[in-house]
Design a binder for this molecule. Structure first.
Ligand code: ARG
Length: 274
């Protein structure tokens, strides 16, 4: 049990309302185009998340949704921002290709002087997670290992490549979550990673919170932390007590409709790190 209280720090997030969200194609095992989506419910759930961020003192910037891009609500994938510098995304599937330019345009219009157009496939914060010491980078399903090298050169921070092996956890942010970016604290689901990558994670994060299969399958690792509050899918019930023991305040969110697209809290949230 941790005795010193955790401190939240104010964050800036970029989100995109699910105005045109639907599941008409399948690029991950969660997406079943025959299952109907309740769009008004999706919007209400997303608005809850946005309102929660604002009530915690965070700033939420909004990206205009495009009717031709039904996955655009998953704003985490559109870029990675560290030290105010923007590494653009390059999507693995043609259905999402045009999201990258929409994000780059937003950054250019909003005063970000450095917006890098990447050479290699990277799906933004879907596969890049930023801790104090490293940028953790997923590969195996979406982002290319060459993009890891590209990110390291661009940000000048050490990038640790991690191999994802289970198609349900196709992005790093479905299998690992940064809890404290100042203290290198994470939680993750070991079985989502190759044996070598599990060994790397155990070496870098010996005290990590390890998620069970059930909590991972509820997409419980698709969480956002401000250093104190951890917003996560409410169905990941097994994570609440261990988070509290570590001094965090877990806040359960219901994003059941967006789960039909294969995403939850983190997928909807891109952090703008200055
Ligand atoms: N349907 C989207 C895709 O498969 C979901 C993306 C979820 N985003 C995330 N950051 N994991 O690309």
């Amino acid at each position: 049990m941790r005795l010193t209280p955790r401190e939240a720090s104010p964050r800036r997030y970029l989100m995109c309302p699910p105005t045109h969200f639907k599941v008409t194609y399948s690029i991950n095992p969660w997406m079943d185009p025959t299952k109907p989506v309740d769009l008004p419910l999706a919007l209400a759930q997303w608005e809850d998340l946005q309102a929660r961020y604002v009530s915690l003192g965070h700033t939420v910037e909004l990206l205009d949704p495009d009717p031709a891009l039904p996955d655009m609500v998953f704003a985490a994938n559109g870029a990675t921002v560290v030290d105010g510098r923007v590494l653009g995304a390059k999507f693995a599937y043609p259905e999402r290709t045009d999201e990258a330019a929409a994000h780059r345009d937003w950054f250019s219009r909003n005063g970000y002087p450095e917006v890098w157009v990447p050479e290699h496939v990277n799906e933004g914060e879907g596969d890049f997670a930023v801790t104090a010491s490293w940028i953790l980078a997923g590969r195996g399903f979406r982002s290319s290992p060459l993009a890891h090298h590209e990110a390291q050169e661009f940000f000048g921070r050490p990038v640790i490549g991690l191999e994802l092996v289970d198609p349900r956890y196709y992005h790093l942010d479905t299998a690992l979550s940064v809890l404290d970016a100042e203290g290198d604290e994470v939680m993750y689901y070991p079985d989502a990673f190759s044996a070598g990558s599990r060994a790397v994670l155990a070496r870098l994060f010996p005290d990590a919170l390890l998620a069970t299969e059930g909590d991972a399958a509820a997409l419980g690792l698709n969480a956002v932390s401000d250093g104190r509050h951890v917003l996560l899918p409410q169905a990941a019930v097994g994570l609440f007590a261990p988070l509290r023991e570590r001094g965090f305040e877990p806040l359960g969110m219901d994003l059941s409709e967006l789960l039909k697209g294969g995403g939850s809290v983190k997928c909807c949230t891109q952090e703008l790190r200055s």
